[in-house]
Design a protein around this ligand. Sequence first.
Ligand code: NDP
Ligand code: OXD
Length: 313
Amino acid sequence: MEKGKVLLSVTGFNPQRWRELLSARRDVVLEPDGPADPSITYAVVWKQPANILSSLPNLKAIFSIGAGVDHILADRTVPDVPIVRVVDENLAQHMTEYVVWRVLDHHRFGMLYQAQQKKKIWREPPQRTANDISVGIMGFGSLGRAAARALLGLGFRINGWSRSERPMDGVATFAGNAGLRSFLNATDILVVLLPLTAATRGIVDYGLLKELRRRNGLGGAVLINAGRGKLQKDDDILRALDDGTLKEASLDVFEVEPLPKTSPLWGHPKVFVTPHAAATSDPNFLVPPMLAQMDAHDRGEPLRELVDRQAGY
Ligand code: NDP
Ligand code: OXD
C-alpha cells in the first residue's frame, strides 16, 4: 500500500528540518500547498491557518509539534480526527532545566544581586535552604512531574495541582477547584505548567496571586509561568508586583506574543522575560516517533498521546 502524504504547516517555525526528517519516510506537502489534496493522510502542525485541515478529505490524524494543542483547537473547523501531542523526554528535559534555573535564581536572590552589582553593593541577605521553600506546580502533567522530580532532588518541598488526583512520592498533591486554595496557601514559588483550555484561561489573576504564601525567607511570593500566556492576566501580575503581592516573576509566555515593545513587563525590575523559549520542540527528537506512529496507525494500531478534545488538552 502506498503511504499517504504529510501536510506540514508550522507557522513561526522554520519548516526545513521538519520537512527533511519527515521526507525520509513520507512525501511532504508544505502549506500553503496542499488544500483539499486527497493524497494527504496526516498533518504535522503549529498554528495552522483556519480551514486548512478541514479541507483535507482523507485526513486520518493531526500531530502537534508542541505539547500544548490550544494552537490547533483555536481553529473551530478542525475536523474530528485524533490529535496527537508531544510527550518527549528531550522536551521535558528542556522544561525541567528552565524551571530549575528560574526557581534557583529566585531562591538564591539572583535579581537582588544583579541590582546590587550595578551599584557595587557588597551585602548578603540571610540564606535559606531549599527545604524552607515550597514550590507549587500548577499543572502536574508530564512536564510538571519531570520538573518536580528535579526540584525534589535539590531538596525543595513540592506541591502539585492537577484536574484529577496525581499522587507522587514526596509531593503534596491537590486536585480540582476544591484543592486550589489549599495548594496556593502552601506555595511560596508558583510554577504554572497548565495547558490553555476553557477552564484555565485567565486563571492566574490578582485574586489567585493573593492566595500565595508570603511567610518565607524569599521575602515574598514568586510566579513562574511557562505554560501559556493567556493563562495569566499581564495587568494583574503588574499590579501584584507593584503592591508587593508578588515579589518577583519569571515569565516565558504572555497574553500577546511576541510581547509588545510597549509592555511595561519588559523593563520591570522584578520581572525576568524569556521569549516563549522554556522548552523548544526539536524535530530531531520529535519526528522519528511521529513517523513511527503514522506507520503503526496505518497498520491498524492505536495512536498514543492523544488529546481529549472535550477537556481541550
Ligand atoms: P499534560 O497534559 O501532561 O499536563 C497538564 C496538567 O495540567 C495535568 O496535570 C492536568 O491535570 C492539569 N490540568 C489541565 N486542566 C486543568 C484544570 N482545569 N484544573 C487543574 N489542572 C488542570 O501537559 P504537559 O505537561 O505536557 O504540558 C503542559 C503545558 O506546558 C502545555 O499544554 C503547554 O501549554 C506548555 N508548554 C510550554 C512550553 C514553553 O516553551 N513555554 C513548552 C511545552 C509546553 P490531569 O493530570 O488531571 O489531567
Ligand atoms: C509547546 C510549546 O506547547 O512549545 O510545546 O509551547
